[in-house]
Design a protein around this ligand. Sequence first.
Ligand SMILES: Cc1ncc(COP(=O)(O)O)c(C=O)c1O
Length: 293
Amino acid sequence: MAALVPFDDRDGWIWMDGKLIPWRESKVHILTHALHYASCVFEGERVYGGRVFKLTEHSARLQRSAELLGFKLPYSVEEIDRATNEVVKANGIQDGYVRPLAWRGSEMMGVSAQATRIHVAIATWVWPSYFTPEAKMKGLRLQISEWARPAPNTAPTASKAAGLYMICTLSKHKAEAEGFDDALMLDWRGQVAEATGANIFFVKDGELHTPTPDCFLDGITRQTVIGLAKARQIKVNERAIRPEEMAGFQECFLCGTAAEVTPVSQIGPYRFTPGAICRQMIDDFDRETRKGG
Ligand SMILES: Cc1ncc(COP(=O)(O)O)c(C=O)c1O
């Protein structure tokens, strides 16, 4: 295996607190509130042909995520958009990933952190789509996680908050250790929720079925896919889905900024055969991301 190049030891520029700084100099102190208390929100965005897909939607979600954690970003959505474009251009990224984040700083170290400074940084790196549609059609194999997406009155579930990913990492590590690609998470009621970093759709008799996002992220890709399906007159049923229902679904796919549209062939004991609707959604999403403008 090729040696990994650590993320803190690369060339390039990172936008941090209002300006571009050399990549290796974008540091935080060990006594940073976010590191101890998960007071951090982030985004994941993708660059296609030099342009960030759905940039303003992502910048607006970063702002909303912060508000849900009780802090206000010191920049407007428009300023974050501008900073993102600046850092993408400075690094010469054509096909890549963008990681904006916002966090509480070091002024206070305790549960109460009202007076901490809010920091914002945006990093970006090259990340082309590795898999051809044909390779994707093989489908991912998912394990069903023992961790549940929490109820909305136990965590700020509509926020893309760092702390909510703790159980995603645990779920994905276990799945990988046991030979699976990813894990499906049920929610606190035992209903189908999402994968560890992507939303989920099923196909039955030519219609799409997807869980109502009432305790997990209503992904920007998810919303795009719903729009693309409706444009093709494919009915989309957003509803509560019980795990046993998976026995009656014919196709299944994940969608998210990183996953794009990726078919699934297995979830625990349930099998799916990626088919015409998976392929249609992969192609439509691909066209949408490369449209420009
Ligand atoms: C847990 C989780 N659910 C869903 C999504 C999909 O969101 P989006 O399509 O906005 O990237 C993501 C991020 O990609 C995620 O991390």
